[in-house]
Ligand binder design. Structure first.
Ligand code: GLA
Length: 395
């Protein structure tokens, strides 16, 4: 756990508000495989990781609420009666969005002081925004005893993302933040939110994330267009196969039988989703059999689909996966998250990590003039209140 980060956020809070805060640890996530399948009601395979947004908060005696971002060094003052008039943009959209969502439930939310900061890199495909949204809702839920259930917390965060940040995201990020479990990935069926924990204990291997440092913001990216293309493809499939409820339940044979009714672009998008969904099932099998090499091959195949059929990759991401492919110590790699920037996830032999990092650092910088960042992450528990700071302990 990032004790130093927690102490820093807690100290800043006490300095600003002269009280002891309730503290929430809200993790980022990786996704092993199953990209862009969540909003198609397919399968995803994420896990919470040991990178966090830390949220510190307490009740306020003012007739407004105050939010401060430690990393951006910016304040936001919130008057519940005038949410629409607030200046939005960047992180503020998420905060205003979740406050609006809680108020809409009619639960007794009072004014609060809140600060947050963290070590989840922003725009890197590790879900810093879901960690912030859930972190705030989870914290306010505890502070004011709102009795929101995990699905309610999740939906408030997702609505904020859709309606305030403008990204039509699926459920994966918010779900894995809430349900993460140390040493396990979550095999989640997004059609009904049923899930299994699959132990991920790669004794000889390490998950290594490499950040291209090409920043992306999904709300400005063609993310929403991809979702639209999937919808168009599904509607055409359903004309012939009305029982198919989502692309997550469609087969390649069904798609092929309507191929001549689809543009090649929509066909490719849909084929990617159908194949990726299949790869999630195969990955589960491989991991249950401890077959890390097979899982690695599926990662490379996933990247190919994301790059060539779904077209959400970038030259920087393709280059990093290319380096991984050339290296015998890397079992598999692919871009991770929404795409158009962010990280690759690599499965690599533990004793080759340093050597590989050095090589990538040099070659990537030479080619793109950018320094990549590296994160050796561990799979951890989902969101929680930092022990000893529960509501009963702070006031
Ligand atoms: C982003 C979205 C998720 C998911 C991924 C792609 O992280 O927030 O819902 O769609 O992209 O798999």
């Amino acid at each position: 756990m990032s004790e130093e980060l927690i102490k820093n956020i807690s100290d800043v809070f006490e300095e600003k508000f002269s009280r002891k805060p309730l503290i929430v640890l809200s993790p980022g996530r990786i996704n092993l495989i199953g990209e862009h399948t969540d909003y198609n009601n397919g399968l995803v395979f994420p896990a919470a990781i040991d990178k966090y947004i830390v949220v510190a908060l307490s009740k306020s005696d003012n007739d407004f609420s105050t939010v401060y971002s430690v990393d951006f060094e910016e304040y936001l003052k919130i008057d519940f009666n005038n949410l629409n008039k607030l200046h939005k943009g960047g992180w503020k959209n998420y905060v205003i969005g979740v406050v609006a969502g809680i108020l809409e439930t009619g639960k007794p939310l009072g004014n609060f002081d809140l600060i947050f900061g963290g070590d989840i890199p922003i725009g890197a495909g590790m879900s810093s925004s879901a960690a912030l949204e859930n972190g705030i809702v989870f914290g306010l839920n505890e502070l004011f005893g709102l009795n929101l259930t995990p699905p309610e917390i999740m939906n408030i965060s997702i609505d904020a993302e859709h309606n305030f940040a403008g990204t039509e995201c699926g459920v994966m990020d918010q779900f894995s933040n809430l349900h993460g479990k140390e040493g396990n990935a979550i095999l989640l069926d997004c059609s009904d939110l049923s899930y299994d924990y699959i132990p991920i204990i790669p004794e000889d291997y390490q998950f290594l994330l490499i950040n291209t440092n090409v920043k992306r913001q999904l709300s400005n990216s063609p993310y929403n267009q991809r979702k639209k293309a999937c919808k168009t493809g599904l509607e055409t499939i359903r004309k012939q196969f009305p029982k198919v409820e989502s692309l997550g339940k469609a087969t390649a044979t069904q798609l092929n039988s309507v191929k001549n009714k689809l543009s090649s672009e929509v066909y490719n998008r849909c084929m990617y989703v159908i194949e990726e969904n299949e790869r999630v099932k195969l990955s589960k099998e491989a991991l249950q059999n401890n077959d890390w090499h097979r899982f690695g091959e599926l990662l490379f195949a996933s990247h190919r689909g994301l790059s060539e059929l779904y077209e959400v990759s970038l030259p920087e991401l393709d280059f990093l996966v290319g380096l991984a492919k050339e290296d015998p110590a890397v079992l598999g790699a692919r871009m991770m998250g929404g795409g158009f920037g962010g990280c690759t996830i690599n499965l690599i032999e533990k004793n080759s990590v340093n050597r590989f990092i050095e090589k990538v650092q040099e070659e990537y910088q030479l080619k793109f003039g950018l320094r990549p960042d590296f994160y050796e992450i561990n799979i951890t528990d989902g969101i929680k209140i930092y022990p000893g700071t529960q509501r009963k302990n702070i006031k």
